[in-house]
Design a binder for this molecule. Structure first.
Ligand SMILES: [Zn+2]
Ligand SMILES: [Zn+2]
Length: 284
């Protein structure tokens, strides 16, 4: 049997361009080459729209919007150089990951126009302008403001729906990230008001022919399954949506980790593991 190729549709956050990652982007690319990845999408975080939306680690490092904009510019340039430098060894896509705070519907398209990435990963890390991905305290704070964790899920999936509609990212990042700090997520996903939003978003992804990121970083962070969780994955498969592995690497230790396991889950769920490149879906 032909061995399934390693690819990553979402990864390559590096210490060089992201304050919560490690190692240089060149070192990370070398690691992917060592592990014989066929292609990778390098998808670092977009710079923030304003100081308010910096990640806590960026604020702690004393970086402001001007510094972070410059760093992002250098990121795109470096990624393009690495694309050429290693073109005989690996196919690299220069991409970036979105945000969804106030103003993103104008901000993200302007970043796309200026930097012309190969594609965009549409991710939701903010609900009501607060980052829900960073700490349990902030996650719970937004849930309390909204009237509970179930309401937080509903709001998250509504923001995601809006983001998919307005940005049309080639790749939808870690679809059910919102379960991150919720031990009761398998039960909660089944509740009608949440499940209806999930299937609505999947229908939109199918309609727009977007790829979903099967995000293996969840396993590194101690979750029992990647984002997308099994029941949602089954719904995506039924709809014929393309789901591709994304390691969401944040340093040289991450590429390849849990890749065999992730591919096996996708194969068993009935997905095509002869991966299509997101280049076919670029800049929709
Ligand atoms: Zn990150
Ligand atoms: Zn993300």
């Amino acid at each position: 049997m032909k061995k399934t190729k390693f690819v990553s549709v979402h990864g390559g956050h590096s210490g060089q361009f992201c304050s919560h990652a490690r190692d240089t982007l060149d070192e990370i690319v070398q690691r992917y080459i060592e592990l014989k990845f066929e292609w990778i999408g390098i998808t670092d975080h977009v710079y923030p729209l304003s100081n308010q939306f910096r990640y806590p680690d960026e604020a702690a490092a004393g970086l402001d919007v001007a510094n972070l904009t410059l760093r992002f510019t250098e990121y795109i340039t470096t990624c393009r150089l690495l694309q050429k430098k290693y073109q005989d060894k690996i196919t690299i896509f220069t991409a970036f990951e979105t945000e969804t705070y106030s103003g993103y519907k104008e901000f993200i398209p302007s970043v796309i126009r200026q930097f012309q990435p190969d594609y965009v990963v549409g991710s939701v890390h903010h609900v009501n302008d607060i980052c829900i991905d960073y700490s349990k305290e902030d996650y719970n704070r937004v849930a309390d403001d909204l009237g509970g964790v179930s309401q937080l899920y509903c709001q998250y999936f509504d923001i995601q729906y809006d983001m998919i509609k307005s940005i049309e990212p080639a790749v939808v990042g870690h679809f059910d990230l919102i379960r991150l700090f919720d031990e009761n997520y398998s039960e909660r996903l089944k509740s009608p008001e949440i499940w209806q939003r999930i299937t609505r978003n999947l229908d939109l992804i199918r309609q727009k022919n977007l790829i979903m990121d099967f995000n293996l970083r969840a396993l590194l962070k101690g979750a029992s399954e990647p984002y997308i969780s099994a029941p949602i994955l089954a719904e995506a498969q039924k709809r014929g949506i393309l789901v591709l592995p994304g390691d969401d690497s944040h340093g040289i230790k991450d590429p390849g980790v849990n890749m065999e396991h992730g591919i096996e889950i996708l194969r068993r769920a009935g997905f095509d593991t002869d991966w299509q490149k997101p280049s076919l879906y670029m800049l929709k």
